[in-house]
Ligand binder design. Structure first.
Ligand code: NAD
Ligand code: MG
Length: 338
């Protein structure tokens, strides 16, 4: 096999350059590749992690939970970057509120933000207190301020209280991550109740509106909002009618709000995850048979782990991305969606 592509760069140079920039960014991928004892002039390793083998693949064991579910009860336990994420000061001194910060993607973002130098407030449901306390401890271990604000975001008054409490305790607010979500599969539209439809919209759409509206009193030029949508916004599953609609609504909200807030110097973007290994799925988000095969349809043949998506949230929140707004960034194991 040739070591050179048509541009004349060797594969070694290209991969080496990539590895260098990943190390600068403090990427989790860089963690296992360097050895402190290495000769400084030695060539960098040829490859990073093979994404196909980097994490567990299906089949997974049967593991039903009641919603909202706990990360601590999942088998295998998700990787939120607890051992791997290395920060490099990209969010130094920033103050972030993350909804659904107790588990899954929100937990991985909370860990990454704290290790990048941000103080972090997390919101979650009271029944998730044990998961949340693990995150609070991790934020504190990173040397940052951690604020825990449990409560139900389907209530508008609580959403206002949440934002004000976060801003008071953090001494301001300049990153808002609207990440909490509800996903309950229903096979037929005739079985989808108004109550369930309403709860999905209240959690995923109304709460994002209420929290963002309340945050406007605190966000200043340079602030960033990062919303969590889904590949479901553009490729809805037959059994997730209500959920997929809410995720499409989040895309439109993100793009419209980005235009509106440009004149205030506030950026608004969203991340669109594909299949990620979190309690959302095993607590009614998918039929258990699908959870046991979760991620098998992704080109990499496995679900993503929350640690693998946190870097997108870091980059979107970081001032380095000062020209990026109104965008949807997808991470789904290789389909090319979005
Ligand atoms: P998760 O279960 O770990 O996180 C969801 C969180 O939402 C919960 O931890 C809970 O704290 C919060 N939440 C739900 N209802 C709430 C309410 N009424 N009040 C307050 N908090 C509430 O699962 P996750 O997969 O990390 O989910 C995070 C986001 O990612 C969600 O918006 C979800 O729709 C989205 N997403 C997940 C996947 C995936 O495959 N896991 C794919 C696409 C999008
Ligand atoms: Mg949770």
């Amino acid at each position: 096999m040739s070591q050179h592509d048509h541009s004349g760069f060797s594969r070694r140079q290209l991969v080496g350059g990539l590895m260098g920039s990943m190390a600068t960014a403090g990427s989790a991928n860089a963690a296992g590749n360097g050895s402190g004892a290495q000769d400084q002039n030695a060539a960098p390793p040829l490859t990073g992690k093979d994404p196909r083998d980097a994490y567990p693949k299906p089949p997974f064991e049967r593991q039903p939970q009641d919603p909202p579910g706990l990360a601590s009860k999942m088998v295998p336990r998700p990787d939120h970057g607890e051992e791997s994420y290395r920060g490099s000061g990209r969010l130094a001194g920033r103050k972030a509120l993350i909804t659904g910060g107790d588990s899954g993607i929100g937990r991985a973002v909370a860990i990454a933000y704290a290790r990048e130098g941000a103080d972090v407030a997390i919101n979650y449901l009271p029944e998730e207190e044990s998961d949340a306390q693990e995150v609070i401890a991790l934020i504190q271990q990173a040397g940052r301020k951690a604020v825990a604000i449990p409560g139900d975001i389907t209530d508008e008054a609580f959403c206002q209280q949440l934002v004000n409490e976060a801003a008071t305790q953090l001494g301001g607010l300049d990153i808002l991550v609207n990440n909490a979500g509800r996903q309950q599969y229903v096979e037929s539209i005739t079985d989808l109740t108004t109550e369930s439809f309403d709860k999905t919209f209240k959690t995923n759409v109304y709460a994002m509106f209420w929290i963002t509206k309340a945050a406007m009193a605190h966000l200043k030029p340079g602030a960033a909002i990062v919303n969590t949508t889904s590949v479901q916004a553009g490729k809805p599953s037959a059994i997730l009618l209500d959920y997929a609609q809410t995720k499409a609504a989040i895309v439109a909200f993100t793009k419209g709000l980005a235009k509106q807030l440009a004149e205030k110097g506030i950026r608004v973007n969203a991340v669109a995850p594909g299949p990620y290994w979190t309690p959302l799925q095993s607590s009614g988000g998918q039929p258990m048979e699908k959870v046991m095969k979760f991620g098998e349809e992704a080109p990499f043949g496995r679900p993503g782990q929350p640690a693998e998506i946190a870097p997108l949230y870091v980059t979107l929140a970081s001032a380095e991305s000062s020209f990026t707004s109104g965008q949807i960034w997808c991470s789904d194991g290789g389909t090319g969606t979005f």
